[in-house]
Design a protein around this ligand. Sequence first.
Ligand SMILES: NC(=O)c1ccc[n+]([C@@H]2O[C@H](COP(=O)([O-])OP(=O)(O)OC[C@H]3O[C@@H](n4cnc5c(N)ncnc54)[C@H](O)[C@@H]3O)[C@@H](O)[C@H]2O)c1
Ligand SMILES: O=C(O)C[C@H](O)C(=O)O
Length: 308
Amino acid sequence: MKVTVVGAGAVGASCAEYIAIKDFASEVVILDIKEGFAEGKAMDLMQTASLNGFDTKITGSTNDYSKTAGSDVCVITSGIPRKPGMTREELIGINAGIVKMVSANLIEHSPNTIIIVVSNPMDTMTYLVHKTTNLPKNRIIGMGGALDSARFKYRLAEALGAPISDVDGMVIGGHSDKGMVPLIGKAVRNSVVVSEFLSEERMEQVVQDTKVGGATLTGLLGTSAWYAPGAAVSAMVQAIACDTKKIFPCSALLDGEFGLNDLSIGVPCVLGANGIEKIVEISLTDAEKAKLSESAVGVKATNGLLEL
Ligand SMILES: NC(=O)c1ccc[n+]([C@@H]2O[C@H](COP(=O)([O-])OP(=O)(O)OC[C@H]3O[C@@H](n4cnc5c(N)ncnc54)[C@H](O)[C@@H]3O)[C@@H](O)[C@H]2O)c1
Ligand SMILES: O=C(O)C[C@H](O)C(=O)O
């Protein structure tokens, strides 16, 4: 399994590190436009191999896509992150051009690849890759829901005073401060719905804290987060590499599922060797459906800013 990560910045390097530590890929290529940067990150990571016990070979490349040839999975993290006070949507002007160019270069050298889009605004960048390349739709996947769900579980565990391993929950919808739909009514502590343990007010607090998870970290760090984003991508790459058929909420191109069309947005997906192997149309309450539809309106408004 060969994996390429474009963007050797905070998220790209974190993602490459987690993939290597999990030791399921034979090779990881990191590519960046900044001279020597990816080579430096790759060398630094390789010098952790004997300490962390992995055999994955990590190499770096300054914008030479021939080094990425034959990649099974390519992750796009190239682009600018937001600063405190910004929305993800404000990044579209710079990131759309980068994502379009990078995805074309990747596919030229790896025509059978699966692409995972991370750059923000992620749902719109994923839609852009669907619209501007000829990859089948199961091979273009946006990462947002896996991260948002991990943050949801963190907030649920905090509210419940429970270990994170005892809680489960999922966030669907757009990967934006307003558009996320944490499915609080379906969240459980060891199979018991969390409403058995938490008041309405506390559950609403969990939902709100989850939705602004990225913005909260951007305020604290001065730039956006990287550890949980890198871990979320690596978990998705592992599901594909090891054909696990695990369900992750992913930004997938919809064609009638959940009553939505012609957009990429977070919905539960089975991930395996073929990328998105199935979109799982779980039943939603009327309130959940309304929130997902409202979220879709927001994503479509951002998609409307693309020059396609
Ligand atoms: N989807 C998510 O859940 C999620 C999570 C975290 C971050 N992000 C997004 O990921 C992106 C990267 O964030 P970061 O914190 O790693 O930023 P960063 O600035 O640390 O790294 C971005 C890297 O991209 C490189 N780059 C820019 N243009 C390039 C090009 N044309 N080709 C190759 N490399 C190029 C830069 O040189 C830089 O090293 C941002 O858009 C951020 O908003 C998304
Ligand atoms: O918040 C951001 O801008 C980065 C990313 O989308 C995140 O959720 O951490």
